[in-house]
Design a protein around this ligand. Sequence first.
Ligand code: 5AD
Length: 475
Amino acid sequence: MITSMKKKVYIETMGCQMNKLDSELVACHLKACGYEICDALPEAEVVIFNTCSVRQHAEEKVISKIGQLKKEHQQRPQLVVAVIGCMAQRLGQQLLDDYRQVDIVCGPGQLHHFSSMLAEVLDRRRQMLSLNDPQETDNLEILDSKRDTEEMDRPFSAFVRVMRGCNKYCHYCVVPYVRGPEQSRPIRHIVAETRRLAENGVKEITLLGQTVNSYRFKEGGKTWGLADVLSQIHDIEGLERIRFVTSYPRDFDERILRAMADLPRVCEYLHIPAQSGSNRILKAMNRNYSVEAYLDLIEKARELVPGITIAGDFIVGYCGETDADFLATKELMRKVRYKNCFIFKYSPRPGTRAAAKMADDVPEVIKKQRNTELLALQNEIAFEDNQKLVGLPVEILVEGASKKPHLDSTEEVAEADAECTINYYEAKNSDTIQLTGRTRGDQIAVFNGSSKLIGQIVKLKIVKASALTLFGEMQ
Ligand code: 5AD
């Protein structure tokens, strides 16, 4: 019997922007294969968890979600459960063995096989596993080139992958093991994808790489770097904003900063995690730069790119971190004056060097305390700096209605944001809602306006500011 009913797929995404992009690409691919994407798990016939392995907490959440599906699976044996992304790669067969309700496990480098795996599972009801194959590099393009812009959630803003993987091997970090080695995409593919997106109305492009400034592509005796990517996509018609994340503080080519200064569509924003402000800890983390070198780079960035905003990440309670090391981290935070920081308590990850060789010797209470202290300092700095913006005009790209803070955040940041009076403005009438968007410097701004403005760039005057949110009025 032929049925015209499309199978419904529910996708839940954890973790980084790379995962968000992967989920979007998988969703587009599945739609092209005749599935329907839905936003409620109970009505789905296929449930996909796109997972993160960077901290233990992220993995625990997925395990609990999978656990919750056990009963659902018994009641609805036809339900297909798929675990994709970094945790799928890390745990592999073990996930299939431990959780019979899981049907598919697929690593982040194998997602171009996902739709055929799903078809096979629906047909034969057997468990399937696909893990990254380091030899398979050509296939990585298949998924990225399959995006259908008509189906995008935010048709005005898109991620474009410039590279995959990581070779840095920071001792705490699981990424090189689950995402594989650095592989840069051919520059012409990046340009072609960006052009296609812009032709379909995308105004803002965020170039993605785990260490995006490490982008290197060799062809015809020439080596292309990130600065070349920025200049090659810059003049594509329709594009208004270009960003790139995340930068690694070493091997940061000054040409990138010059490109930011010279190319008006490249936003004045860097996400460049320091992780610690202590040279001793940076060494123990295998970060391969000193605090002094990091500060020199930030100074150079501020000198070459006026008005640049800097965001960062810090890990507190890393193996052997003393009070003095932590004080040095606070000192660095004071010197840099970040726009925002993601702050994490160290969590040992199986397979990493730190987990194997170093004692996780900072007690949990101290980790918590340092986390809270550092966050409080960051909020103080951001609050002070944001007050200087009150009265000034900013340009924001409107992203949507602001029902809750729009942050790709840790709980810590979300908690801090809950303090700010996000509903400062009550909607005055039914045409006007509170909208949220971002400035060129990636600051969140809210204001009252018509939902027709979603996807547009509007000028606001800032009338109030908290540590994480600017409150504006339309000019
Ligand atoms: N424990 C805690 N935080 C970590 N990060 C990476 N690995 C760990 C770990 N084992 C943080 C880093 C990185 C961010 C994505 O996650 O700060 O920049």
